[in-house]
Design a protein around this ligand. Structure first.
Ligand code: FAD
Length: 465
């Protein structure tokens, strides 16, 4: 069969761009179809603008702290959302241009429009254009869920929040995943009265419990009003405002409500049924270790597979898939030790299993901890604390996990992830000479375990305050 392209990628986000560029570099003829802005969620309405908002929030802290370091700041500093929004729009436009140039420079044909699969080798774009492909890659990402709670469709999503030109005076955040806590913390630092409503006892389900307890405390210290165990039963529109209805029928109204209750893979309307591919109940496309769907020559990567919804995972999968299809030998991505961050203030960095997960996997654990007031903020009398935890397998001495909440935690943990990937033991940490004065040096100075935990005697974290 004569194909126009060796690979047609649907979705020019982190994963699709990475796969397409790598495939083109390996000599494949590649087209990428995009219905929106090039760059996808991460660049346009995810990681990048989110972190720019967190940076904006952190400047407020820096301004407040500066006086303690001897600075005289005259006048009252204030945050103007519209100025941030303009600067953010220029930066995302600049990045989009960079991505377009990168695709062009790699020889990848960009086809703008909405793609629909019409067969194992056929992708239609809009009404007119039909692309014949040897392989199809679905990299369509995900979008906020809009049916998690009756009435949730009236609420703003993270996309809407990042496009605001004026901050609300008061906001409710529904959900307690990393997107919810990041925005709740940032909004509160920017002067919004924030209430967070969520189902669990603690935010950040899936993270280590000791981090979760401290993240809750840090959110409260940052001014966020927490409502654990209190996901609203429904949301009702009341004129310009939204009414959150609790399980016991009590109501509270807000001018702005952020729906941070999760994301759903973008598979609706994609034509998967023409291939006999049935998405999972979550909407995800199931893939095997080689990122193959159940249909031959049709592959999927990134958020649309709904496994680890992170940009570096989508990129790593995209490159691995291109190498497998067009390189000398197939290869797989190991998702078992993916480091990640939560950009709260202070932030979280984490790699490896939580204590609960490591115990469930049958490890006898030596748990090393440090919990202290860091030098920078202790100097100005702040009560902010830094927490670090090493999980070490008592049998093999291997460091299984590092969990940290404190300034620079994501940067510190990113570097340590390399050591863990290389199989570092606690003896390697002990043999490492510290860099002083830093917070990270505590990680190589931990000598006595705080506790040794048997696999069946999991220590349960204390409840929040
Ligand atoms: P996407 O980047 O979503 O790209 C999919 C693309 O496909 C989109 O451009 C879409 O328009 C296009 N598309 C969909 N359907 C079609 C169609 N039928 N035809 C043509 N085009 C189509 N991850 C991190 O690692 N760190 C973070 O700090 C972080 N913060 C985040 C903050 C927020 C608010 C959000 C929402 C996400 C965040 N993420 C973060 C997650 C990260 O953005 C995603 O995991 C990543 O973008 C997934 O990449 P992808 O290539 O799978 O999909």
């Amino acid at each position: 069969m004569d194909h126009d392209y060796d690979l047609v990628t649907i979705g020019a986000g982190s994963g699709g761009i990475a796969a397409s560029r790598r495939a083109a570099a390996l000599g494949a003829r590649v087209a990428i179809v995009e219905r929106g802005r090039v760059g996808g969620t991460c660049v346009i309405r995810g990681c990048v603008p989110k972190k720019l908002m967190v940076y904006a929030a952190a400047y407020g802290d820096a301004l407040r702290e500066a006086a303690g370091y001897g600075w005289r700041i005259d006048g009252t500093p204030g945050f103007e959302m519209a100025r941030w929004a303009d600067a953010k729009a220029s930066e995302t436009a600049r990045l989009e241009t960079v991505y377009r140039q990168m695709l062009e420079g790699s020889g990848v044909a960009l086809v703008e429009g909405t793609a629909r699969i019409e067969g194992a080798h056929t992708v239609r774009v809009g009404d007119e254009r039909v692309l014949k492909a040897r392989h199809i890659l679905v990299a369509t990402g995900s979008a906020p869920v809009r049916d998690s709670i009756p009435g949730i469709e009236h609420c703003a999503t993270s996309d809407d929040l990042l496009d605001l030109r004026e901050l609300p005076r008061q906001a409710a955040v529904i959900g307690a995943g990393y997107i919810a806590v990041e925005f709740a913390g940032a909004l509160a630092r920017l002067g919004v009265e924030v209430c967070m409503y969520y189902r669990d006892r603690l935010p950040l389900r899936g993270f280590d419990d000791d981090l979760r307890v401290r993240a809750a405390a840090a959110l409260q210290a940052g001014g966020v009003e927490l409502h654990p165990g209190a996901a609203p039963r429904k949301i009702q529109q009341a004129g310009e405002r939204l009414l959150l209805v609790a399980a016991d029928g009590r109501t509270r109204d807000f001018g702005f409500v952020l729906n941070a209750t999760g994301r759903r893979p973008n598979t609706a309307g994609l034509g998967l049924e023409t291939l006999g591919v049935v998405p999972e109940p979550s909407g995800a496309i199931a893939v095997d270790a080689q990122l193959r769907s159940s249909a031959p020559n049709v592959h999927a990567i990134g958020d649309v597979t709904h496994r680890k919804n992170l940009t570096p995972v989508a990129i790593a999968e995209g490159r691995a898939l291109a190498d497998s299809l067009f390189g000398p030998a197939p290869r797989e991505v190991d998702l078992s030790r993916v480091a990640s961050a939560v950009f709260t203030l202070p932030p979280i960095g984490t790699v490896g299993p939580s204590e609960t997960e490591a115990l469930a996997a049958g490890h006898r654990l030596k748990v090393y901890e440090a919990d202290f007031r860091p030098m920078r903020t202790a100097f100005i009398g702040s009560t902010e604390r830094t927490y670090m935890k090493l999980l070490v397998c008592a049998e093999t001495d291997r460091v299984l996990g590092v969990h940290m909440l404190g300034t620079d935690a994501p940067e510190i943990v990113q570097s340590l992830a390399v050591a863990l990937t290389a199989g570092a033991t606690k003896a390697h940490f002990d043999a490492t000479v510290a860099v002083h004065p830093t917070a990270a040096e505590e990680l190589v100075l931990l000598r006595t375990p705080a506790r040794v935990v048997e696999p069946k005697a999991a220590v349960v974290a204390p409840p929040v305050g």
